[in-house]
Each structure stands twice: as C-alpha cells, then as structure tokens.
Design a protein around this ligand. Structure first.
Ligand code: PLP
Length: 393
C-alpha cells in the first residue's frame, strides 16, 4: 500500500486495471468511458498518429475496435464502424453520404424502420427518396438515370425474401456515379459479401445474426477506408456509438456464426420443403425452392445455402394465423430474427405495422402471412411443432 489515503480518494480511484504477466484469452470488457494518458507528449503522439491508444470511448474503445476489425474481415472491407443499433448504422451511414438537395433511390420492400426514416425523417433534411422494385432491373436503371446520390437496397428482403442482384445494380450505378449501400442483415457475410459484388457499403443489424443470442442491440457498416472515415466522424458527432459490453457480446456471437448459419439454413430448407407440401399453406417464399422468382440468382450467389428465413401464407388468412400462433409450443412469437431459437413474426402486425393497409397489400403483406426465422434446434422438433400448430389452425 502506498500512502494511506482518505476514504473518499480510495473510492474515487477504485476499478483500475489489474497488473499481470499473463493475458486473458478472451478480451476483457473495457467498460471505461475514458483512458488515462501518461503525459502531454503522449497526447500529441496519440492525436498525430505516432502512438496507438484510446482516449475517449465515444471516439474509440478496445471492444468496439475488436468488433470493427472482425466485421471488416468478414465483409472483405478495409474497415468497419460499429453503431448502437442497426437503425443507427443505416441512419449515420446515409447522413455521412448525403447532403441537403441530394436524392436517394431505395428498394420498395425495405425494413419498416428504414422506410420510415427515409420518408419522414431524411425528407425533413431536404433528402428525398424514390422507391423502386429492386427485382426489376429496368425500373432500377431508369431511376439511376436521374443521378441520385446513392441507391439503398437489401440483399434479401423482408418478409418476402426477394433477392437483389447486387452485381448488376452496382455496375449500372457506378456507370452513372451513383453509390450502392446494401443492408446485408438477412444474408450475413457467410452467404453474401456485397463489396465483392461491387457495392460501396454493406451494413447489418448486429442485433440479428451477428449477435445471435437475443441479448444485444447493435449495428455495423463496412466499406472502403475513405467511406468508413466519414461514417466514423458522423458517428462521433451524433454520438450513436456502441457500448463496450454490447460490442463484447456481438464478438462472442460471431465466434459461432458459421456454425449457427449452417445449421439454421439446413433447418430452413427442411421447413420450406415441409410447408410446400402442406394443404393448409397457400404460398411458401424461400429462395431455395425452384418456384422462387429468383431461385437462379440465389443458386448463383448464396454459396449453396438459401438463408435461415422462410415466409409462408396460411390459406385460412388472419384467423388461421391467430390459432396457428397459439398452437405453437417450442417456437416463440418474437419481433426479431437470426437468433439461436426459432421464432416467428407476423409482419402485418409488427415490422410493417407503420404501413397503411393499402401499402401492405401492394407489398403482398396479408394477415395470413407468417415469417419464420430458423434457429439451431433439431429440425425434427421444429417440424413437429409446426405440424401440430397447423393441425390446430
Ligand atoms: C432489424 C433490422 C434493422 C434494424 O436493426 P436494429 O438493430 O433493430 O436497429 C434494419 N434492417 C434489417 C433488414 C433488419 O432486419
């Protein structure tokens, strides 16, 4: 013990690092908002890039940096930036790329929150969005002719699981100087890496498959270094940074991502086949089925897997959906996806609730539509639960 200190000083200094000649195999959680710097000379070295280190956690934090490095590797990018949520990843990415007067082209089947952001929030900043069916390449090309700043698409859309031809869209966009931003949440970097197909930015809600355990909210975006530098600056200024513990949980999730994706895709394949033969099901949307409108694109681009999501329609409509949901036992109703557990959601009542009935109808979101996100349970238990709930529906 150095000099005895007053109890108030002991309390204030509590929680400093433990000196040790060994290192933990799993990075500790650096739950520190600020870092001690040894001298004013080091302050200069840190700011001028001659020393490496952390200063203040809104600028950078070890756990957040560990996550950013692994996501950059997974997406084959120069760098990536972590955010407090998937919505923050989308919002800050867009804010860092557009200015007032710019236009955005976006897929007409985007995630409900993204749609709301574009229509009601970015529009207030003088950034207008034109929506287009991204499966119709001629329609996409026409919208690109008017030279928007960027096009925002989802690699696999939600809930109808349509695919976007990122390679063709990137070619058309780049010929016209338009940048391409891809929300890759429903494919994960295991199935698809948009930057390798020509996109400029790929981003994820890490709340879903990257985290994978229904216990953390976060987002990431990966790109070339000049783009991530602008995003990082915006993220610091708007303050939508990820918490160290959240980053740590997402990194822990990523350790098992390949195993989870493999198993969940296998389960989804079995579920899609089971449902397509079932008399109470009127439609199954799954890129692995030969009658899916983009089955060939799925075969060519998803590396032999077709995702962990299956969306289907109950022939009996909304009333059947209600008794089907009540009849499930193992499979839970929950408004998320990409977890270890199999979950279902009802798009009309959750993710697409902010749309009017007419808007839902245009997208094909009816009351009998159920979206299932396969987990890593045994396929036979998932099929048995679905079969027994369908019998009661
Ligand atoms: C969930 C989701 C988001 C939003 O992510 P949060 O982490 O909930 O903010 C964005 N895009 C897609 C495709 C999603 O599934």
């Amino acid at each position: 013990m150095p000099n005895a200190r007053d109890i108030a000083s002991i309390c204030a200094a509590a929680g400093a690092d433990m000196p040790s000649d060994t290192r933990p195999l799993s990075a500790p959680i650096y739950q520190s908002s600020v870092f001690e710097i040894d001298s004013l000379e080091t302050v200069d070295d840190l700011y001028e890039g001659r020393a490496e280190g952390f200063i203040y956690s809104r600028d950078s934090n070890p756990n957040v940096s560990i996550l950013e490095k692994v996501v950059a590797q997974l997406e084959n990018a120069d760098d990536s930036v972590a955010f407090a949520s998937g919505m923050a990843a989308i919002g800050i990415t867009l804010l860092s790329m557009v200015e007032s007067g710019n236009r955005i082209v976006a897929g007409s089947e985007l995630y409900g929150g993204t749609n709301l952001m574009l229509r009601q929030h970015l529009s207030k900043l003088g950034v207008e969005t034109q929506f287009v069916d991204t499966t119709d390449l001629d329609a996409v090309e026409q919208t690109l002719d008017s030279q928007p700043r960027l096009i925002l698409v989802e690699s696999i859309t939600n809930p109808l699981l349509r695919l976007t031809d990122i390679e063709s869209i990137s070619q058309m966009a780049h010929q016209r100087g338009v940048q391409v931003v891809v929300d890759n949440t429903l494919a994960s970097p295991l199935l698809l890496r948009p930057l390798e197909l020509g996109a400029d930015v790929t981003l994820h809600s890490a709340t879903k498959n990257l985290g994978g355990h229904s216990d953390v909210t976060g987002g990431v975006a990966a790109a070339r270094a000049d783009i991530t530098m602008a995003m990082r600056q915006s993220n610091r200024v708007w303050g939508s940074v990820l918490d160290p513990f959240a980053a740590w949980l997402i990194v822990r999730g990523i350790k098992t991502l390949p195993l989870r994706v493999e198993k969940a895709c296998e389960n989804a394949f079995a579920v899609a086949q089971f449902l397509s033969d079932h008399p109470k099901i009127s439609a199954v949307h799954y890129p692995g089925l030969p009658d899916h409108p983009q089955h060939k694109l799925a075969v060519d681009t998803l590396g032999g897997r077709f995702g962990w999501m299956v969306t289907f329609e109950l022939a009996g409509g909304g009333r059947s959906a209600s008794s089907f949901v009540k009849g499930l036992d193992m499979i839970k109703l929950a408004a998320s996806l990409g977890e270890a557990q199999t979950t279902i959601s009802h798009p009309a009542k959750t993710s697409h609730r902010s749309l009017t009935g007419d808007e839902q109808a245009v997208l094909g979101i009816r009351n009998g539509l159920i979206r299932l996100s396969c987990g890593i349970e045994s396929a036979s238990d998932i099929l048995a639960d679905l079969a027994s709930a369908l019998a009661k529906s």
